[in-house]
Design a protein around this ligand. Structure first.
Ligand SMILES: Cc1ncc(C[n+]2csc(CCOP(=O)(O)OP(=O)(O)O)c2C)c(N)n1
Ligand SMILES: [Mg+2]
Length: 576
């Protein structure tokens, strides 16, 4: 039953009452929100308890940032806002990084935070966990709201949901002061105040003229390229996107989290010929992908000398011309746009020139063949390619599993080596290249999809959210964590010549992260060769038991900053 109101004896009459706690719960349930990620404490401990009692799944984390990352990826996977629930000031701030991350990555998420007494906070009189949270959240998210009256909870929750998922999705902050939860009102009036959000993310249909313009440009191309971004994966328009790409006959690149939207092994995939297609293409169609740093802003060396025309499909009009001229902007939601493109192509569309596709395929096959022997190495200590070769086979055999990935070399090399076969199976550091998403993403992926999770983590990356292995063991989630342990950040070989302190990028040599897992009743394994690693991962995936595998990687194997070392500023002064 939705209405959680309680019968209360009011003097003289029996009146049914409800309060802020129950109205928040009812408002969320009415809108189909049934999972919360958070950390309890004043003023939201009882809210969490009551939510659980009312059948909402409440996952209690060890740090709000990880709960926030979990909520953000839950939003990406489900197209419903992921909810993170935090306490005031420090809990709120811990969750805020994830809220900003959700906004940057266009994931729908709502950070609901308890807050302290407005009257005291606003006079800066030093309340318990005093902070003007609404003001701080505002610049970091898509929208921010505060509810002061129980009768407004329904509207507040509805606005937060709609703001998070409509248009370009993003993070929303909802501030709920402590006093609100205890406010009492008539239950029937409370019930009436709730709002069910109808059509939370309305379709945004592109203009037919924009669709025609885009197809005209595509038709004129000699060497076209399609780039699929995570916006395309988010749209869940998988079938239409596949049909469109296949009908067009155009080679495609998939951005990191779009990998698997079409199988990476697809005949038109240009994944292993990235530098060739970026340089040589004459028309580039971006679908749910932004021309940000991840695509070198659409200009410069990466994009070569050949003049290019860009077609861009995005829900956000402001995205157009952000870095280069877009000759054919198509604004609308990806699902509507792709279906309109398909329809407008008609029955006799001539596919892209076959010689271009053949050139791309040749280059791709050459590069794949070059890489193959490296992936078969069974050397110990392992290098990245040997270890990834083993994991690549496992992912191929288990295409439904979710693959979570963070680190520097661990991320960049895994992205290149591990083929994905189904949409939304690869979850990683996203637009910011942020470390710390690993355990939060893994937990939410397991909870939201019910599928097994394989998390491949650099030893540094893992450290940002490592304490959540207790959470994983507590909820008995089918998550297998593989730590690529090379004794540090990028490499474990740096030396500090100036003092006895270790170099800034190195960790304790020979650490055994597997022992941490055992402390919480999970399975811990130390793997020193690709064969051992393969056996251990397969066993973990078969058993579904929380497992952590410490994969010992040669500390000298990595390179500075993985594949993006060029972004490091250089000192012009001579080294001392
Ligand atoms: C929140 C955050 N802090 C710091 C960084 C800088 N950073 C980039 S990669 C990385 C760790 C790389 O080491 P590891 O995860 O062990 O991967 P490896 O290259 O050793 O395989 C760090 C600290 C970041 N991206 N995000
Ligand atoms: Mg490392």
């Amino acid at each position: 039953m939705l209405n959680t109101a309680a019968k209360t004896e009011a003097p003289g009459s029996e009146q049914e009452l409800t309060d802020g706690f129950h109205l928040v719960i009812d408002a969320l349930k009415l809108n189909g929100i049934n999972t919360i990620y958070g950390v309890p404490g004043i003023p939201i401990t009882d809210l969490g308890r009551m939510m659980q009692a009312e059948g909402i799944r409440v996952l209690s984390f060890r740090h709000e940032q990880n709960a926030g990352y979990a909520a953000s990826i839950a939003g990406y996977l489900t197209k419903k806002p992921g909810i993170c629930l935090t306490v005031s000031a420090p809990g709120f701030l811990n969750g805020l990084t994830a809220l900003a991350h959700a906004t940057t990555n266009c994931f729908p998420m709502i950070l609901i935070s308890g807050s302290s007494e407005r009257e005291i906070v606003d006079l800066q009189q030093g309340d318990y966990e005093e902070m003007d949270q609404l003001a701080i959240a505002k610049p970091l998210c898509k929208a921010a709201f505060r509810v002061l009256h129980a009768a407004d909870i329904g509207i507040g929750v509805a606005r937060a949901i709609r703001a998070a998922v409509s248009g370009r999705p993003g993070g929303v902050y909802l501030d709920l002061p402590a006093k609100l939860f205890g406010q009492v009102m008539d239950a029937a009036a409370g019930q009436k105040s709730l709002v069910k959000v109808i059509d939370a993310a309305p379709a945004q249909i592109p203009a037919p003229s924009a669709v025609k313009r885009a197809l005209d440009v595509l038709k004129s191309a000699k060497r076209p390229l399609i780039i699929l971004g995570k916006g395309a994966a988010y749209a869940q328009a998988d079938e239409d996107i596949r049909k469109f790409v296949e009908k067009s006959g155009v080679p495609f690149l998939q951005m990191s989290m779009a990998k698997g939207l079409l199988p990476d092994t697809h005949a038109q995939s240009a994944g292993a010929a990235r530098s060739t297609v970026l340089k040589d293409a004459d028309v580039v169609m971006l679908i749910g992908a932004r021309l940000n740093w991840l695509l070198s802003h659409g200009k410069g060396k990466t994009w070569g000398e050949a003049p290019k025309k860009f077609i861009q499909i995005d829900i956000e009009p402001k995205e157009m011309d952000s870095n280069v001229e877009i000759v054919a902007p198509v604004v609308g939601d990806i699902g509507s746009c792709v279906s309109a493109l398909l329809e407008a192509m008609g029955g006799n569309w001539s596919p892209a020139p076959a010689d271009w596709l053949a050139t791309v395929a040749r280059k791709r096959d050459e590069n794949v063949a070059k890489m193959a022997p490296k992936l078969m190495s069974n050397a110990s200590p392992m290098d990245y390619h040997g270890a990834l070769g083993a994991l690549r086979t496992i992912v191929k055999e288990r295409p439904d599993a979710i693959f979570v990935n963070e680190g520097a070399n661990t991320l960049d090399l895994a992205r290149g080596v591990i083929d994905m076969y189904k949409p939304r199976k690869r979850l990683d550091v996203g637009t910011w290249g942020v470390m710390g998403i690993g355990m939060g993403y893994s937990i939410a992926a397991a909870i939201e999809t019910g599928k097994p999770v394989l998390a491949v983590e650099g030893d540094s990356a893992f450290g940002f959210s490592g304490m959540e292995i207790e959470t994983i063991c507590r909820y008995k989630l089918p998550i297998c964590i593989v730590i690529f342990n090379n004794d540090g950040i990028y490499r474990g070989t740096d030396v500090n010549a100036a003092s006895a302190d270790p170099a800034t990028t190195v960790f304790v040599k020979g650490s055994r992260y597997d022992k941490m897992m055992e402390a919480f009743g999970g399975v811990g394994i130390n793997a020193t060769s690709p064969d051992e690693l393969k056996r251990a991962v397969n066993e973990a995936m078969d058993s579904g038991k929380p497992t952590l595998i410490n994969a010992v990687i040669d500390p000298a194997a990595g390179s500075e900053s993985g594949r993006i070392g060029n972004l490091n500023p250089q000192s012009v002064l001579k080294k001392k």
